[in-house]
Design a protein around this ligand. Structure first.
Ligand SMILES: O=C(O)c1ccccc1N[C@@H]1O[C@H](COP(=O)(O)O)[C@@H](O)[C@H]1O
Length: 212
């Protein structure tokens, strides 16, 4: 299973989280987020990480040109589109970013939202399901209704996100079988500042450490 920790802002925390066993790290390229980090800062972190860890930039309604530019400057291996990007937009981006994983994040309130999510499987590599919040795009710490996902089988890999923590991760994985999990605020001291004790506890709960 892939384990993505999102909202990384320092090399020290990135390296520590990689050592615990994260398979992917996420960098918030959305300027009004408290977790925002510039492409130059991402590049410095990316250069200090092992090659085999995925480096994902998170974008919200950004232009194709800007996503391509930031991906190149930062050395990203994937992009996560976290707002109202259409399937056509994803298709256009696919033509420009042929070697980069494209993840479409969808904020799920009901079964209609899930049906809409499945449309994207033709245009992206991976889906990511997050909770819906009326005012915020992500990093809200809210869980989505896992009951909606009981029969979710989109035909492409998918991440479960939204309000996951060391305390609820086992419960989530006992109900659902995503290809990956994505955590941000659930392993933080404050937005953008990861709590390495919580990260250690997460990996211990997943059977990859000793601090359960
Ligand atoms: O974290 C942010 O500030 C953010 C801003 C804009 C778009 C997405 C953002 N975060 C993403 O939200 C999910 C879930 O976060 P949480 O675990 O509920 O705190 C995660 O995929 C982050 O990448």
């Amino acid at each position: 299973m892939r384990i993505k920790i999102c909202g990384i802002k320092t090399l020290e925390q990135a390296q520590a989280i990689a050592t615990y066993g994260a398979t992917a790290l996420g960098f918030i390229c959305v300027q009004n987020s408290p977790r925002y980090i510039s492409s130059e800062q991402i590049k410095l972190i990316v250069d200090g990480l092992p090659e085999n860890i995925d480096k994902i930039g998170v974008f919200a309604n950004e232009s194709v040109e800007k996503i391509v530019l930031i991906s190149q400057i930062s050395g990203l291996t994937g992009v996560q589109l976290h707002d109202k990007e259409s399937p056509e937009f994803c298709q256009e981006l696919r033509q420009e970013l042929t070697k980069i994983e494209i993840i479409k994040a969808l904020r799920i309130r009901n079964l209609d939202d899930l049906e809409n999510a499945v449309i994207y499987t033709n245009y992206v590599d991976t889906l990511l399901l997050d909770a819906y919040h009326p005012q915020q795009l992500g990093g809200t710490g809210q869980t989505l209704d896992w009951n909606l996902l009981q029969n979710f089988n989109p035909g492409c890999p998918w991440f479960l996100a939204g309000g996951l923590t060391p305390n609820n991760i086992i419960d989530a994985l006992s109900q659902l079988k995503p290809n990956g999990i994505d955590l941000s605020s659930g392993v933080e001291i404050a937005p953008g500042n990861k709590d390495l004790d919580k990260v250690a506890r997460l990996f211990a709960r997943l059977g990859m450490g000793d601090r359960a």
